[in-house]
Design a protein around this ligand. Structure first.
Ligand code: AAT
Length: 283
């Protein structure tokens, strides 16, 4: 019997049975492994951590994209940092009002292998004429980008270890602030409140973002295959508030069918459990 096992904390492991190991490669950036099993379908890991699987990817990709568009339905220029599987770009490109999407992913192999093994996320992205794919470090990309050139930045990154580390720094968040326009929104992969190591990352990221952006929130969603199943995104912005400014009618008028996101959940997602609020604010 084959089991993929992931260490969720020093004292806790999570396992998924698989039928087949589809592919394995060590790139200059990270170890990539693809598996196929019955419960979660095809899935891939980077450096031994679950990134995407066919069964629950809709939760993560709905939640990284749609709350920002329901808050500002006029988003036209989008920057995705990371997101090599293509799922985030796929959801952004569903808005016909979006004019331009740039994706800066450090590891081209992630995208190419997802085109081959995970078409559910990667298949449609490259052929869309609004899409520019760049294989570059996200921090490097924002450093060289012009002021006020994006309405939305989506940071779809790995955890702050190895290549993902630069995407959790003050220098990176400052560059994001600079390249966002006056109504700009930043959404970032914000780790998890439950296990200590992830909760530390969550707290540090929030403190840095709060020092830079005037409006900052953290919102939650249920991600069965990420450690503890309780995961977060950060919402930071220069002018829009995701709760006060949500434009329910406009978002509904887009007519997008979503499997996780809806506008009632949008508001609820920003209501955090007490221990999470305390974990974010504690020094
Ligand atoms: N869509 C959900 C999948 C991911 S994968 C995150 C991507 O970030 C990977 O493809 C990785 O190569 C890319 N990445 C990491 N560091 C950088 C960087 N510095 N610049 C650009 N891209 C980068 C997210 C999973 C979240 C898992 C949470 N446990």
């Amino acid at each position: 019997m084959n089991w993929y096992t992931e260490q969720w904390s020093t004292e806790c492991k999570f396992s998924i049975k698989y039928d087949e190991k589809l592919y394995s490669e060590k790139t200059p950036f990270q170890q990539i492994d693809f598996y196929k099993g019955k419960e979660f379908g095809t899935f891939f890991t980077l450096d031994g951590l679950m990134m995407v699987n066919e069964k629950d990817e809709f939760i993560y990709h709905d939640m990284i994209v749609h709350p920002a568009f329901a808050t500002n339905p006029n988003i036209k220029k989008v920057l995705i940092i990371g997101g090599g599987d293509g799922g985030t770009a796929r959801e952004v490109l569903r808005y016909s009002s979006v004019e331009e999407v740039i994706m800066a992913e450090i590891d081209e192999r992630v995208f190419r292998l997802c085109q081959q093994y995970l078409p559910i996320t990667a298949e449609t992205v490259e052929q869309d004429s609004r899409m520019t794919l760049l294989f570059d470090d996200g921090l490097n990309f924002v450093k060289n980008a012009s002021d006020a050139s994006f309405d939305l930045i989506l940071v779809d990154s790995t955890d702050p270890i190895s290549v993902g580390e630069g995407l959790f720094t003050t220098a990176f968040y400052e560059e994001c602030y600079r390249v966002l326009n006056k109504d700009g929104i930043l959404i970032n992969q914000h780790e998890s409140p439950y296990f200590a190591e992830y909760a530390q990352n969550m707290k540090k990221a929030h403190k840095k973002i709060k020092d830079i952006f005037p409006i900052t929130h953290v919102y939650q969603y249920h991600m069965p295959t990420y450690p503890s199943g309780h995961w977060l995104f950060g919402f930071a912005s220069k002018s829009y508030d995701p709760i006060k400014d949500i434009d329910i009618n406009k978002w509904e008028s887009f007519g997008l069918k979503t499997k996780y996101y809806n506008t009632s959940l949008h508001i609820g997602a920003f209501s955090l459990p007490t221990y999470v609020k305390e974990g974010l604010d504690a020094d």
